[in-house]
Design a protein around this ligand. Structure first.
Ligand code: ACO
Length: 362
């Protein structure tokens, strides 16, 4: 048997949830194209699709929305834990800590109610922590608002603009699920021991936190801030590539053509920000980087990934930078829950092999 570093090319699970076609740049959620879902459907509908396997009717959708709204409330022990954590603790570490303490006695097999609890409460945790660090009063969830709109509302206390909700809803839909990425794999490995959903999501948050996975949008914004103008772009990018540094927001283990999520996000963000200088700069950086990556890394097929336009979307809706990766986590948690429910329904503990490369026995 071959050793495959990073398990590249290895099929680790069978799933009905999503198909990531890296050669043709297509992402399918249970038979629906993710880019079309992002343009036409709300996050709650896509969550229903992922968890229950079909699009909800009106009654099912209203029921799920109501349950999500009820589960937004922050438990008192989670507030106390957050208040005790050091102020300089990364938001992802705060979230990891909170999710691990959310339920005293999780169930096995995991339940839809638990999935609802986790998905619903993450935005409230993020909003509470963000506002508390900035000495701002906590904004209670507004039950009249849908999931994504309520998240934006809890951050600012202002009813969000429709255009902002549209961009963020597209982001939440597009990033809710994505096959066997590192964090999802982590969640399935943990679930495969018949641990519990809260442990699985806690572990996945740990995996998501790394800069090669969920941390990329912050790197993209730093890159755009450092580049500043279109004239500086090529020199700046060449300097990075000459230093053998990776350009954040480019390249993907699976997509060897355009990442369909990046394209869909670019379209919705463009509808809001086409005339903004930073958006024009982002488009210019994208074009220049793709040309230079082909020059420096011929044949590697490096294109813009979702994180590049995630950064653009977040900037378009004025999301604070400290919330970039945590917001990715807020949407992806729905996908992790779907995977854990699926794993629990047909479980076999993960137990791959390792190849010994140490000295022979004496
Ligand atoms: N900039 C410059 N060169 C790159 C980049 C990049 N962004 N991505 C890959 N390469 C180069 C590698 O250096 C390597 O070159 P080599 O063949 O000369 O050694 C070649 O392309 C193949 O790259 P790998 O690192 O083997 O690709 P891998 O599949 O392991 O990594 C990854 C994929 C981690 C996403 C990588 O492209 C990367 O680090 N990109 C920047 C970080 C980023 O944007 N992450 C977000 C990913 S999307 C997500 O997690 C939701």
């Amino acid at each position: 048997m071959d050793f495959r570093p990073g398990l590249e090319g290895v099929i680790a699970a069978q799933t009905n949830l999503s198909s990531v076609d890296g050669e043709n740049g297509r992402l399918i959620f249970r038979g629906y194209r993710a880019d079309e879902l992002a343009r036409k459907y709300m996050f709650e509908e896509v969550v229903y699709l992922l968890w229950y396997g079909e699009m909800p009717g009106q009654i099912e959708l209203e029921k799920l929305k109501r349950k999500l709204q009820e589960a937004r409330k922050l438990p008192a022990n989670i507030v106390r834990i957050m208040d005790e954590l050091p102020e300089n603790m990364e938001m992802m570490a705060v979230l990891r800590t909170c999710i691990s303490s959310l339920k005293a006695k999780p169930e096995w097999p995991p339940t839809f109610e638990e999935a609802i609890h986790i998905t619903a409460v993450i935005p409230t945790i993020l909003a509470y922590r963000y506002r508390s660090l900035h000495r701002l009063e906590f904004i209670l969830p507004d039950h009249r608002l849908d999931h994504v709109a309520n998240y934006l509302y809890m951050l600012t206390g202002n009813k969000p603009k429709e255009a902002h909700v549209r961009v963020m809803n597209a982001y939440f839909v597009l990033t809710a699920e994505h096959g066997m990425n590192a964090a999802t794999f982590t969640s399935r490995v943990i679930a495969s021991t018949e641990s519990d959903l809260f442990s699985a999501v806690t572990g996945a948050i740990g995996a998501m936190k790394g800069p090669l996975h969920g941390g990329a949008p912050t790197g993209v914004i730093s890159m755009l801030n450092e580049i500043e103008t279109a004239e500086d772009t090529e020199d700046w990018l060449r300097r990075k590539l000459n230093n053998k540094e990776k350009l954040m927001g480019f390249g993907h283990r699976v997509y060897k053509t355009n990442d369909p999520r990046a394209e869909a996000l670019r379209d919705v963000t463009e509808s809001l920000s086409a005339n903004d200088d930073w958006f024009k700069l982002a488009r210019h950086v994208e074009d220049t980087a793709i040309r230079l990556l082909e020059e420096y890394k011929p044949g590697r097929r490096l294109y813009t990934n979702v994180e590049f336009y995630a950064a653009a979307s977040f900037k378009a809706v004025d999301l604070p930078e400290t919330l970039y990766t945590p917001t990715f986590t807020a949407s992806r948690a729905a996908g992790w829950c779907a995977h854990v429910l699926e794993q629990a329904g047909n479980n076999r503990i993960f137990r791959p092999l390792s190849e010994y490369t140490g000295p022979e026995s004496m």
